[in-house]
Write a protein that binds this ligand. Structure first.
Ligand code: DX5
Ligand code: ZN
Length: 217
């Protein structure tokens, strides 16, 4: 992988068994997860809905894992403060969404979260240029946002190298969409440092083995 340190694994809570949420969160912590990825969908930016800040606040009380909040919503600047106050450690917004993503990230930082930009598969890496001064992470998606369990678009993998060359060694690079045991080595090789996985963790019975497989150790 590019940069220093181990590959971080961020299971996406979207695919947890929500009727047993507390147990699920304890299980992924015990299995070695590094972050909890939190997919927020509004039914407008993406054709699916999940939850809002109220639920993030509950997740924050159920786990000590850093909360990596991926906002797939229009006008994120209207809601970001509530997500950060609810416990979001990272806020990712989409430049393709309506509204003011720059203002959203500045608000997130003001309230104590770290700023990240998430790019849809069809969005070029250079779309992050105007955010370069505030970004700590770039989330390069490998599926169209909206649903877990989709097939990875492997044609996106060269974007990690391009992002590394464009933005330097410090920017954390995150992958989200279709990562599984079989393609995890290629994903790490491509330069992704944070791996989001919904199906490839919560769809398995042995979370520890699943996380180890994704991390490659
Ligand atoms: C897609 C979400 C992803 C997704 C990942 O819109 O941002 O986080 O749930 O699911 P898997 O790992 O199953 O592709
Ligand atoms: Zn996500």
């Amino acid at each position: 992988m590019a940069g220093n340190g181990k590959t971080l694994i961020a299971p996406s809570v979207i695919s947890a068994d929500w009727a047993r949420l507390k147990d699920e969160l304890q299980a992924i912590e015990a299995a070695g997860a590094d972050w909890l990825h939190v997919d927020v969908m509004d039914g407008h930016f993406v054709p699916n809905m999940t939850f809002g800040p109220f639920v993030v606040e509950a997740l924050n009380r159920l786990t000590d894992l850093p909360l990596d909040c991926h906002l797939m919503i229009q006008q994120p600047e209207r809601y970001v403060e509530r997500f950060v106050k609810g416990g979001a450690d990272w806020i990712s917004v989409h430049p393709e969404a309506e509204g003011n993503p720059r203002q959203a990230l500045e608000l997130a930082m003001k309230h104590g979260a770290k700023a990240a930009l998430a790019l849809k598969p069809a969005t070029a890496v250079w779309a992050a240029d105007p955010f370069k001064d505030i970004l700590e992470m770039l989330l390069i998606m490998t599926v169209n946002p909206g649903f877990s369990g989709q097939q990875m678009m492997t044609q996106c993998l060269p974007k990690y190298k391009e992002a590394r060359e464009r933005f330097g060694p410090k920017l954390l690079l995150e992958i989200d969409g279709g990562v599984k045991d079989e393609n995890a080595a290629a994903v790490r090789e491509a330069g992704a440092q944070v791996i989001v996985a919904a199906t490839a963790v919560f769809g398995e019975t042995d979370y520890k083995k699943a996380i180890r497989g994704l991390r490659g150790s």
